[in-house]
Design a protein around this ligand. Structure first.
Ligand code: SF4
Ligand code: SF4
Length: 416
C-alpha cells in the first residue's frame, strides 16, 4: 500500500496535495471551473467522472475503499486519505451469473452486486484495496463471506437494537476498530483533526443534497423526481461534484415555474434504495403522471437528513451516533422511520405514498405493513406497495396499478 499521500502534480511541477489533508483535491478531475454546462448533464456522466477520479486518485497513491451500505461512515475512509466508492449493483445483466452461486430468491441488489464480483466487471470493485460491509440483512452478511474468499473484505458488526445504550457503545467500539484497521492498512494516522475535516466535507455534501431535495417542497417544483435522483455520486466528496451541486442549487432555485409539475400528483416514495441503473419504477410513476416530490430511501433523503457535529469533543463518537440513527428496517425497532415519514409528509405535502420493495427483501417487506397503516390510517394518504426486481417484465402491470392509484387521488381531489 502506498500510504496516504497524493503526489499528483498540476502543470507537471509542484505537488498540490502532498499534504496530509484527507479530502484534498489532487487535481484529479479538477475543480468545476471548467464545468460550466448543465449540472444535470454533469451528473448524467457520473459513472465516467467517478471512474476518471478513482483511476487518477489510485495512480496518485490514494487507496480505494468499496462500501456497500449507508451505515459505513465515509468520513473515516476519507480521513484515512482513501476514496470511498459505493459498489451497490443496479444492473440486471449481472444477475444470471450471481444466480449460478446464490439462491434466486435473494434481492436483486445483492445479486447484481455479487454478479459484478464474480464476473469482475465493476471497475471500481476491481481497483478496490478494501471492501467494507456491515451485518445488516442476512443476504448481505452471507454474501460478504463469499466475497471475502477472494477480496480484501472487512465487516463492521452493526448492532440492531437501536435504542439500547450498550448497542451504541458496541457500534462506537466497532468504529474505533475500523479506524485502527484503516490506520494500519494504509499507514496513516486517522487522527481527530483529519476526521473533523472529513466530517466538514461530508456535511457540506449532505447540506447541498438536502437543499436540492428541499426545492421539491414548492407547489411548482423545478425538477422531476427522476432528475433529482441523478444528483448523487458513487464517490463522495469529489470537489467538482460539490461545485456542481452548488451550481444546480443556484440554477434551480431561480428557475421560473412552468406550471407543468404543479398539475401532477405528488408522490412520496419510500422503501429500498434505488441504485444507479435500477430507476425503472420511479420512471414509471412519473410517466403515469406522478411527480416524486420526496424519496425517503438510502438513495434519497435518509442519509443526508442530519449533519455530524464536527466540533464534538469525540468526533468518532459523534460519527457513530449519527450513523446509528439511520432509520433502516434492519434495526429493531425502527420507529424513527415512521417519525421521519411523518415529517416528510408535512414538508413535501404528497398526495399518496408508493413503497418499493425489492423481491426477497424481508426487512422492508415485513415493515411495509406498518408503513401502509401509517399512510392510510394516520396520514389519510392512498398507499401502493410495489414488489419487483430489476427485470422490466412486470412494467405493464406496475403501470396499471400506478394509474389506478393516481386516479384514486384525482377522484378524491375532485370530490373535495
Ligand atoms: S437500506 Fe439499510 S441495509 Fe440497505 S443500504 Fe440503506 S442502511 Fe444499508
Ligand atoms: S434491499 Fe433489503 S435484502 Fe436487499 S440489501 Fe437492502 S436490506 Fe438487504
Amino acid at each position: 500500500m502506498t500510504g496516504n499521500r497524493c503526489n499528483a502534480s498540476r502543470d507537471g511541477d509542484t505537488p498540490t496535495c502532498g499534504s496530509q489533508s484527507p479530502t484534498a483535491d489532487c487535481g484529479c478531475l479538477g475543480t468545476a471551473s471548467n464545468l460550466n454546462g448543465d449540472p444535470l448533464a454533469w451528473f448524467g456522466q457520473m459513472t465516467q467522472h467517478c471512474l476518471q477520479y478513482a483511476r487518477e486518485a489510485k495512480a496518485a497513491g490514494r487507496p480505494i475503499v468499496g462500501i456497500l451500505c449507508e451505515y459505513t461512515p465515509r468520513e473515516l475512509i476519507l480521513a484515512a486519505g482513501a476514496v470511498p466508492i459505493c459498489l451497490c449493483g443496479g444492473s440486471a445483466a449481472t444477475i444470471p451469473a450471481a444466480e449460478k452461486e446464490l439462491p434466486a430468491n435473494l434481492c436483486p441488489l445483492i445479486k447484481s452486486t455479487y454478479g459484478y464480483h464474480i464476473e469482475g466487471t465493476n471497475p471500481f470493485l476491481e481497483m478496490a484495496d478494501l471492501v467494507v460491509g456491515e451485518t445488516t440483512c442476512d443476504g448481505k452478511k452471507k454474501v460478504y463471506e463469499r466475497m471475502a474468499e477472494s477480496r480484501p473484505m472487512y465487516v463492521l458488526e452493526l448492532p440492531q437494537k437501536v435504542d439500547d445504550p450498550d448497542a451504541l457503545e458496541h457500534w462506537v467500539c466497532e468504529l474505533r476498530k475500523f479506524r485502527e484497521l484503516l490506520a494500519i492498512r494504509f499507514k496513516v494516522d486517522v487522527c481527530d483533526a483529519r476526521l473533523r475535516e472529513a466530517i466538514g466535507v461530508m456535511n457540506r455534501e449532505r447540506f447541498l443534497r438536502r437543499e436540492l431535495a428541499a426545492l421539491m417542497r414548492r407547489d411548482n417544483p423545478p425538477l422531476t423526481g427522476r432528475q433529482l435522483l441523478d444528483f448523487k455520486s458513487s464517490i463522495s466528496a469529489i470537489p467538482a461534484d460539490l461545485e456542481q451541486y452548488e451550481r444546480a442549487l443556484e440554477i434551480y432555485s431561480r428557475k421560473c415555474p412552468d406550471g407543468e409539475t404543479a398539475s401532477r400528483v405528488r408522490v412520496l416514495m419510500t422503501g429500498v434504495p434505488i441504485p444507479h441503473g435500477a430507476e425503472r419504477v420511479l420512471e414509471l410513476v412519473e410517466q403515469c403522471g406522478g411527480l416524486v416530490v420526496c424519496m425517503e430511501s438510502c438513495t434519497g433523503l435518509k442519509p443526508v437528513l442530519e449533519d455530524v457535529d464536527a466540533e464534538a469533543a469525540d468526533p468518532l463518537r459523534a460519527l457513530a451516533e449519527h450513523y446509528f440513527r439511520l432509520p433502516c428496517p434492519v434495526m429493531t425497532r425502527n420507529d424513527r422511520r415512521l417519525k421521519f415519514l411523518r415529517q416528510m409528509v408535512e414538508d413535501y405535502r404528497p398526495h399518496c405514498v408508493v413503497e418499493l420493495i425489492w423481491q426477497g427483501c424481508t426487512t422492508y417487506d415485513v415493515e411495509s405493513y406498518r408503513i401502509r397503516r401509517l399512510a392510510e390510517e394516520q396520514l389519510g394518504l392512498p398507499y401502493l406497495r410495489i414488489e419487483t426486481d430489476y427485470s422490466p417484465s412486470d412494467s405493464a402491470r406496475i403501470v396499471v396499478r400506478v394509474e389506478a392509484l393516481l386516479e384514486t387521488v384525482r377522484y378524491g381531489q375532485a370530490m373535495r
